[in-house]
Design a protein around this ligand. Sequence first.
Ligand SMILES: Cc1cc2nc3c(=O)[nH]c(=O)nc-3n(C[C@H](O)[C@H](O)[C@H](O)COP(=O)(O)O)c2cc1C
Length: 208
Amino acid sequence: MKVLLLNGSPHKNGCTYTALEEVEGVLKKEGIETEIVQLGNGPIRDCIGCGGCSKKDGACVFYDDSINEILDKAKQADGFIFGTPVYYAHPSGRVLSALDRLFYAGSSAFAHKPGAAVASARRAGTTASLDVLNKYFTIAQMPVVSSSYWNMVHGNTPEEVHQDKEGLQVMRNLGRNMAWLLKCIEAGREKGFEAPNAERAFRTNFIR
Ligand SMILES: Cc1cc2nc3c(=O)[nH]c(=O)nc-3n(C[C@H](O)[C@H](O)[C@H](O)COP(=O)(O)O)c2cc1C
């Protein structure tokens, strides 16, 4: 079993990473394989809504950033943690660009796999940011994993995040709940409980 942790910050070892590392530590102790994927600080294209991914076997038409590579990793993963710093009370632009393209091109890589979002802020905007990220899970048939409080840490530097004892505890509890759910899903599969097939998509495009 493997969990992919996506760092949506341009800072490789910053505050968001510090939170993800705390979740990762528990996952590893629980015997779950992990990988932290860095979005980095290079340019990441936004989705241009060209629809090309529907003709390209579920890959994005753009290969000049890491999105298709991450999509390949997502296909092999069993669970996801999406981390973001808060920018003006919303998730980072790069994490939104990445997730728009990942889910538009390849939502089947995520379906029925548990996910959780984590936000890091100096002070405020975390709940709004978590709300945005949680919606990727709920539009893609993914069970949302919770913790013992909201999945956020506070700090402007990793040192400050390390002082947020409650935030880090929430990260560890999140790791435990993710590991537990993954094991339950695997046990269910062994007993013959496969994920349900959704009905064929039916779009009414609002009111007609
Ligand atoms: C452009 C920008 C906007 C920010 N907006 C907010 C904000 O609205 N609220 C807040 O508490 N912190 C804000 N911050 C601070 C970061 O969210 C905070 O330092 C975060 O922990 C950084 O995470 P990182 O080290 O993983 O990048 C902002 C930082 C930047 C660069």
